[in-house]
Design a protein around this ligand. Structure first.
Ligand code: NIG
Ligand code: FE
Length: 401
């Protein structure tokens, strides 16, 4: 008999969405330590012994929010009111508000303040079933303040039972001290910020905001080159408000994902399909900014581009920290199917973070990150907007709810 170093634990008779499909028959998932040991039909698991942790229920992989800005200072409720009165997101940005107002508040906040403000947002996501989250910088815009934000994100990941992936987004907006000198700011991003962030191992990827109100394709490309020189994968906020070409650029650099993409065109979709770049859909920003141009879902399907779904949780364009709501909204607003949105917050979201060999599926060898829900079937997660249906949350084999 082989020696079993840790007790096997069993989740029996699960209605299982494994990250790709819903299994037609009841399934048993065996966990040993932090990893999934075996996944098999319950009918074939009769000889498998271990401690039974649950019997019956809907199981999904732990949810993955692959695009958030949840570390920030201040609030933007007044800007929300201005937009209700007719001002556009771009008008507010051009007048020095929007992202830049969060930059002032974030620069003034201490690391402990930022941590104290971000932690409840992350805990809200965790209570909604999230076991992996991406957190971006981008409201510091100096080397010191960007690193401060990233340290807060890393600390959250150390303190809480959740996997935190950090993304450096120095090229998010032009800071006021560089007004009229965007190229000068990009010089700073490339020659000082990226090397410092990489040396301190504070970022897992590098993002840019490629847009009329932010940075050009040429400037974004310089950032990508600096990222690659430091061995960091890239991604972009692209084609959100116009079709500038940021997604095609991201595909050229074999980027992890192009995000927002309402204005994406067919050649760029083809390039993304060939590069393996994920299309990350952000229905919260689309909804909050009351956009009308829907991302080209049919073409993304046609070319087989993997689609992820995320909250984009941030103080301006998507002040929403509930990933299951995004499932519902991606179905209603973008006409994705429940199966597509479930893939979008599991297997495809893992791919958007480069973590597809670690999490995002219920599969032998992957981390034991999963959720048990009080539902009859997995598609109910997208159908009803109803908090409180999570009955077990397991992160790296540990029950955390
Ligand atoms: O993902 N598009 C740019 N950046 C963020 C918004 C950040 C903000 O408004 O504070 C986004 O929508
Ligand atoms: Fe964003």
């Amino acid at each position: 008999m082989t020696h079993q170093p840790e007790t096997r634990r069993l989740w029996q008779n699960m209605t299982l969405f494994d990250g790709r499909t819903v299994h037609p028959e009841p399934m048993t998932v065996a966990v040993c330590g932090e990893r999934i040991e075996r996944v098999c039909p319950s009918a074939a698991a009769t000889g498998l012994d271990g401690e039974v942790m649950a019997n019956g229920g809907v199981m999904t992989p732990g949810l993955i929010d692959c695009h958030t800005h949840l570390v920030f200072g201040g609030r933007r409720a007044d800007e929300f009111e201005q937009r209700l009165e007719g001002a556009s997101y771009e008008d507010i940005a051009r007048a020095g508000g929007g992202i830049l107002s969060t930059v002032s508040a974030t620069r003034m906040a201490s690391e402990d303040d930022l941590y104290a403000q971000a932690r409840p947002r992350l805990e809200a996501l965790m209570h909604d079933g999230v076991t992996t989250v991406e957190i971006k910088s981008g409201y510091g815009l100096t080397t010191r303040d960007e690193m401060k934000m990233l340290r807060v994100a890393r600390r959250l990941g150390r303190d809480l039972p959740v996997r935190v992936q950090t993304t450096f987004l120095g090229a998010h907006a032009l800071p006021p001290e560089f007004k009229g000198n965007a190229d000068g700011y990009i010089d700073l991003v490339c020659s000082e910020m990226i090397p410092a962030v990489a040396a301190a191992e504070l970022a897992d990827a590098v993002d840019v905001f490629c847009e009329g109100i932010a940075f050009s394709v040429a400037q974004s490309e310089r950032v990508f080159q600096a990222a690659q020189a430091h061995g960091l994968p890239v991604k972009a906020h692209a084609e959100q408000l116009s079709n500038l070409g940021g997604s095609a650029l991201t595909a050229r650099y074999k980027g992890l994902s192009a995000d927002h993409i309402e204005w994406l065109d067919e050649p760029a979709i083809k390039a993304m399909a060939e590069a393996g770049t994920v299309a990350t859909l952000l229905p919260g920003a689309f909804y909050t900014l009351r956009e009308t141009r829907v991302p080209p879902i049919d073409l993304l399907r046609q070319y087989g581009v993997p689609m992820a779904v995320a909250t984009d949780g941030n103080p301006g364009s998507s002040p929403i920290f509930q990933l299951t709501l995004m499932l519902h909204m991606a179905c209603t607003l973008f006409r994705l199917t429940p199966q597509e949105v479930l893939q979008g917050v599991t297997v495809h979201a893992a791919q958007a973070l480069g973590l597809q060999h670690e999490t995002g599926r219920i599969k032998t060898g992957l981390a034991a990150d999963f959720c048990i829900w009080d539902l009859e079937a997995p598609n109910e997660l997208a159908y009803a907007v109803q908090p409180g249906r999570l009955t077990q949350r397991v992160f790296a084999g540990q029950e955390t709810l």
